[in-house]
Write a protein that binds this ligand. Sequence first.
Ligand code: CA
Length: 228
Amino acid sequence: MAPEVLVVEDEPDIQALIVHHLTRDGFRCRTAADGAEALARLRSGVPDLVVLDLMLPGMDGLELTRRMRAEPAWAGLPIIMLTAKADEVDRIVGLELGADDYVAKPFSPKELMARVRAVLRRARPADDARAISGGGVVLDPARHRVTVAGVPSELTAKEFYLLHALMAAAGRVLTREVLLNRVWGYAHADTIESRTVDVHVRRLRAKLGAAGRRIATVKSVGYRFESE
Ligand code: CA
């Protein structure tokens, strides 16, 4: 499915311009004109990227970024900040707060689209169609196929995506919230949903046989795939 971008911009002309270029490049778009509306959109579904104007009525872009970073389900969400301020401090603060990139207004749509693609490429290694291997496990996204020591493994779609997310981040811990977001698309994780992850990891490990131990439990945090 095409990546979805949430465009948070209060100026209707600029919002329409951004949406126009994004849809023309094949992205799906949702829009919000202020921070409160943006939070409501995020609660109804996590997009792949947020294009966020710094200057918004009420809650500004920095405050919204802060709130997003404080929510586990949104913490890893890529943000491109739009700023009309030439002020370097605002730019740096934006990046320190966790915006992934910024584009200074007035911007060329071509530049913004290039940033959008670059940030998505960095943020979504799991969408890469190249096969990943580690610890005797080979996962081929293009063929939707997993082999362990050369023997095909019969995984459900969820187990496949779960393994893909873990292998793409090999060596790094992924929290249950991140996995729920990436694999299940949940915006918010509660205790029951966190257990869903545990249940799927248990089944996945069993199906991987001896290679199942490659999926390490990191106590009270989440899971990590260990290639070595
Ligand atoms: Ca504005």
